[in-house]
Design a protein around this ligand. Structure first.
Ligand code: SAM
Length: 166
């Protein structure tokens, strides 16, 4: 497979997972959290999919396309280590959907960040809420959902937080 084929597959998988995640949160109240605004591509897709939802985007710096910059009330800049512990106060309610797109080419760093993120994301998600991640969140393994058809295992990771009344 050429690198172009591989990039196209990765983006198709990402889009399929975002589409699935959006359909899973129908009926789950709460805002959306985008961790890793980056260029703003997935943020832009989420706001097309979920026009009625508040979307809060987190990143250590602002590097997004000018058309994909959230307003100041919905943009949280700083390292996740500083912004996530107070994210619930900042966004005002637990999230119906958290999309974590935080990976770099550095596998060890990705794994360290994913291990740190898992409990923070579990606390931030609403009961019944969905967590979609480009990295495996091993702490949430019990809550894993199957991926959309055609998305290779390990390309993306989908979780649904249990209803706390259970
Ligand atoms: C793969 S990019 C996100 C791409 C973006 N979702 C898009 O579609 O354009 C990952 C982003 O995560 C951010 N990031 C990674 N680790 C971070 C950390 N510890 N704190 C804050 N931001 C972080 C990086 O700055 C980068 O913009």
């Amino acid at each position: 497979m050429s690198r172009l084929d591989s990039a196209i597959r990765r983006l198709q998988a990402q889009r399929a997972c975002l589409d699935r995640a959006a359909s899973l949160i129908v009926g789950v109240p709460g805002p959306v959290v985008e961790l890793g605004l980056g260029n703003g591509r997935t943020y832009d897709h989420l706001r097309h999919l979920l026009p009625g939802r508040a979307i809060f985007a987190f990143d250590r710096q602002l590097d997004a396309h000018p058309d994909c910059i959230p307003d100041a009330a919905h943009l949280v800049l700083g390292d996740f280590a500083d912004t996530l512990p107070t994210a619930l106060q900042r966004i005002g309610a637990r999230a119906a959907l958290i999309h974590a797109d935080t990976g770099t080419g550095e596998a060890a760093r990705n794994a360290r960040l994913a291990a740190w993120l898992a409990p923070h994301l579990a606390r931030l998600a609403a009961p019944g809420g969905v967590i979609l991640s480009d990295q495996e969140l091993t702490g949430l393994a019990d809550e894993a959902l199957p991926l959309p058809q055609g998305v290779a295992a390990g390309r993306y990771f989908l979780y649904r937080k249990g209803d706390e009344r259970d």
